[in-house]
Write a protein that binds this ligand. Sequence first.
Ligand code: M6R
Length: 607
Amino acid sequence: MCGIFGCFVKNRAVAPLILAGLKRLEYRGYDSCGVATVYEGVLYIKKGVGEIDKVHAELHLDDLPGEIGIGHTRWATHGAPTKENAHPHVDCEGKIAVVHNGIIENFLELKRELEAKGHVFRSKTDTEVVPHLIEEFMKEGFSFKEAVIKAVKRLRGSFALAIIYTGFEGMVCVKMESPLVLGVGDDGIYVASDIPAFLPYTNIIIQLEDGDVVFIELENFTIYNIIKGREVKRRSRVIDWTPDMAEKGGYAHFMLKEIHEQPKCLKNTLRLEMRYLTKMADLLCSADEAFMIACGTSYHACLAGSYIMAKLAKKAVHPVVASEFIENYGKLVDHRFVLLAVSQSGETADTLKAAEYGLRRGATILGITNVLGSKLTRIARVYVCQQSGPEIGVAATKTYTAQLSVLTQLSILMAERRGKIGHRESEELWEWMHTMPNIVGSVIKATERDVIKIADKYVNVKKSAFIGSGINLATALEGRLKLLEIAYIPSIAMSGLKESTVSCLNGDSMAVFICPFSDPERERLLDEACMARDHGLNVIILTEEEADEAEEVADETIKLPIPPDMPKVLTPLPFIIPLQLFAYYMSVKRGLNPDKPRNLAKSVTVE
Ligand code: M6R
C-alpha cells in the first residue's frame, strides 16, 4: 500500500500542494517519497529515502515549478526502499513520469521484453515498466493518450497510476483494483489514493471504477473505461467527513478499517513472486531440521502454519516463541537447520535475536515480513513480503490473515514438491485460496452485526476462555490475545475445556468455542460447550451457517457463511474474523481506544 497524489491547478504552484497532500497520506506508507512536475515542456523530479519530513528537509520537495504534478509516499513491495526505487519512475528519455500504488504481476515478463528492445531500467520496482511501455508505444507512432491505453491493457494485477508527460498539458490516471478517487475543486482537479489528500481543497469526489483511465486537462476531464472499451460518465458526490474520519476511510478506528481491508490484503498475498516462495519451499523441504520463530500474533500464524505443513506436506516445521528459542534449541542449531522467522514489522527484537543467533551457527534463515528493507529482510537468505501495507492499529489483524495465507501457500508448494498431494488436491487447494478473499469478505459482512449485539450483551464479562482444537488452537490463542490486548479482559485459550478450568470461571465468564464442521473433534467441543453452559458460563459458538445443533447448546451462535466442505487446514482464515471484530467492539463498548492499547507500542512483544 502506497499513497499517490496528483493535481492540476490553476495559477498556483502545485508542488507545495503535493507535499501537503503526501503528508496527509503518510499513513499509507513512509519508507520513501517523491514529487514530479511538468513545466514548460520539462520534467522536474525530486525523490529520496525516509519519511516525508526528512526527505523534504534535504530536498525541498515544495520547490518545483509548474501547475501539474504527481507525488508518492511509498510502502515498498518490489525493491527495497532506496532512492532508485522511490517513485516517480521515468522512461528512458525522462519525459514520462509515473507514480503507482499496487502490484503489477507480469512486470518481469514486460521488463524482459522492454529490455530486449533496448530500454534501460534504473530500479528494481514493478512500476518502472509503465513509463517504458508508454514510451515504447509512442515510438511505434501512437499518441500519448493512445499509448497509455495500450500500455494499461498490457498490465496484469492491481494498480492505481498517475502519469504526467512533458508533451501533454494535463495528467492521466488509471484505476484497476487499487483505490483511486478524483477530487473536483473550483480551481483544480485532484487525484489520490484516499480522500484526505485533497480534503482541504474540495469535498466533491468521484469514486473511479476498475478499468477507468482519466484524462485530466484544464477544467475538463474525460473517463475512458478499458474494460467497456468506451467513454463513461461517473457520478460525483459531496462528502462531509472530517480530516480524521477521512484518514480512516470513514471508519471509527484504524483497527476496524484494517479488519475490513482483509479481503484486499489476502488478494495481494496471491500476487507474491512465486519464485521466492518456491525457493523457500525447497529450502524447507530439504532441511534436516526446520523451525519457525516469531512472537505474539505472528507466532500464532506459525502455529497454524506448522499444522498445515504437517498435514499437507508431511513435514515437521516446529513453531517456537522466539524468546524461547536460543535457550532451549540454540545449541542444537547448525548448518542443517532452516529457521523461518515470521514478523510483521521485521524488527521484533526477540525474533531478530533468534534469527541472528541461528545465522551465526550456520543455519539458513528465511523470512516472512510486511516491511521491505526491515532488518529481517537483511538477515534472511530468502524473504517474502506479505504485501499488507502499513498496519496502524497496534492489534495485528490484516497482517495475521496475510501471514496465514502466505504460510498456507508455502505449505501447498511444499506438499507438491514432496509429492504428498496429487494434482487434483493441489488444484482444489489453490482454488480455495483464490476464493478466500471473497469468503473472508462475506464473513465480515455476515457476522459484524451479530458480533455487535453479542458485544453489547457481554460488555461487562469478567473472564473468558477460547477453545479450539487442532489447527484452531491457533485461532483460539489469537482470539484470546486480541481480547486481552485491547479490551483488557483476562482470558485463556485451550484445545479443550475441562471441569477444573470451568470451576475457575463463573456466571460472569464466557466460553467461546471454535467449531467448524471439518473438525474431527467437533462433537467433543459441543459436549464441552454443553458442560460449560450447565455450569452457568455464557457460551458462544462459532460455526458454519447450517449448524442448527450448535444453537441448542449455545447462548449465542455466530454463523459463518462458508462452504461446509472447506478443508480444516483453511478454517483459521475465516474463523478468526468474528473474533477480531468481537475484540474490537468489546474494546469500544468498554470506552477504550482499540488503536492504542495502554502500555503497548507497535512491535512490542506481548507474549
Ligand atoms: O512485528 P511482529 O509480527 O514481529 O510483532 C510480533 C508481536 O509483537 C505482535 O504480533 C503483537 O503481539 C501484536 N500487537 C498483537 O496484536
